[in-house]
Design a protein around this ligand. Structure first.
Ligand code: SF4
Length: 367
């Protein structure tokens, strides 16, 4: 088991689908299914009641599916999942579990990464419209053009990228190992680093490489965590610790700002998902400020119910992540939709860039 995924509950070990007519559709006579509506924010009309949770687990068992949920998912989705974790840990978990069907509650590039690492499995995402502004900040054509300007450069991509971008990448990285990955590359080679400008700036500062070229991409949730706010929150809570989650597109700005001296360095703990949960269980602090997407607070509060965890900015919420609603998950399990497709050649080439990262060092978990 990869370290950053938390086993929440086991739902059977069936393989294959137990669906009578051989279609992807599962049987649900539950009344809530008829209430699903497709609105501007995604699928709605279903409340996460105990009946809903029981129906989700029954359908997952019926399909022989494993439910994976990212840390930024709604609490009800996290609570019903078999495993909760960060994107890379969950993708590796998808490859390890015996079930042939994976339901990935996260954003699209994460489900794609699971498909890349498990090409023979069926990977479903409850709403394929759940994108990522960071992954969308560079297209394959833009990367091809950039590479043409630097034909001898090594391409290093943060894992928040599409399968197509990963297939054009030499080495992937997470924010935990980005410095290590860059330091493993010949100092005389140009590096194209993408898509996150904050992570790129952090890596450039640490490695002091002038030949690191940074793509100007960012996550829209970044805007919610700025230097003044981080400094002010820290000043007004002088006894609180500050956890910054580097494996998070929305906290790479916090990582950068902590390094720029906006916050007293002795109070800042830069922690992966697993490290953050361990630190939460062991902390002597009564209050902890958390610079990450607010979904992570649910896991922290479960791990250490006596600690007062507060978001640095409680508006730092990813709307794409929250498109995986109770209604979307119900629809997914009844209808077998939306299936994630990555063509075999792209998956094969893309998996090499992920594999190279794993060979270089401890990857952490990705966002
Ligand atoms: S928080 Fe930002 S980087 Fe993470 S999935 Fe949402 S848009 Fe993408």
């Amino acid at each position: 088991m990869t370290s950053s995924a938390t086993r929440v509950e086991t739902v059977g070990s069936a393989t294959g689908h137990s669906i009578a007519d051989g279609s992807m559709r599962a049987d649900s006579a539950w009344a809530g299914y008829a209430n699903i509506v497709d609105g501007p924010g995604g699928y709605g009309g279903v409340e996460p009641t105990e009946e809903w949770a029981a129906e989700i687990k029954r359908l997952a068992r019926q399909r022989g599916a494993t439910l994976l949920a990212h840390n930024y998912q709604l609490p009800a989705i996290q609570d019903v999942a078999d495993y909760v974790g960060d994107s890379l840990a969950l993708s590796r978990m998808a490859a390890e579990v015996p079930e042939d069907e994976i339901v990935f509650c996260g954003v699209h590039f994460m489900a794609e990464t699971a498909k890349i690492l498990s090409p023979s499995k069926t990977v479903l995402i409850p709403d394929q419209r759940a994108g990522c502004s960071l992954a969308d900040s560079i297209t394959a054509d833009q990367l091809r053009e950039w590479k043409a300007d630097f034909p001898h450069a090594i391409v290093v991509s943060y894992v928040n990228t599409t399968a197509e971008i990963k297939a054009l990448t030499d080495i992937c990285c997470t924010s935990s190992n980005a410095v290590e990955v860059v330091e493993s590359i010949d100092p005389n080679r140009d590096i194209l680093f993408l898509p996150d400008q904050f992570l790129g700036a952090h890596v450039k500062r640490v490695t002091k490489r002038d030949n690191l070229h940074i793509w100007a991409g960012e996550c829209h949730v970044h805007a919610g965590i700025n230097g003044d706010e981080l400094a002010e929150k820290s000043r007004s809570h002088p006894d609180a610790e500050l956890y910054v989650h580097p494996e998070c597109g929305c906290a790479t700005s916090a990582l950068y700002l902590a390094g720029e001296g906006f916050v007293a360095p002795d109070k800042v703990k830069i922690l992966s998902t697993g490290g953050m949960l361990d630190a939460a269980r062991q902390t002597g602090a009564k209050q902890v400020l958390v610079a990450t997407e607010i979904g992570m607070l649910h896991q922290l509060r479960r791990a250490a119910p006596d600690v007062d965890f507060q978001a640095v900015n409680d508006r730092a919420s990813c709307g794409y992540m929250k498109m995986i609603t109770p209604a979307a998950l119900l629809r997914c399990l009844v209808e077998g939709k939306d299936e994630v497709h990555v063509d075999l050649e792209t998956a094969h080439v893309a998996s090499k860039s992920v594999q190279r990262m794993i060979e270089i060092g401890t990857p952490g978990g990705g966002e």
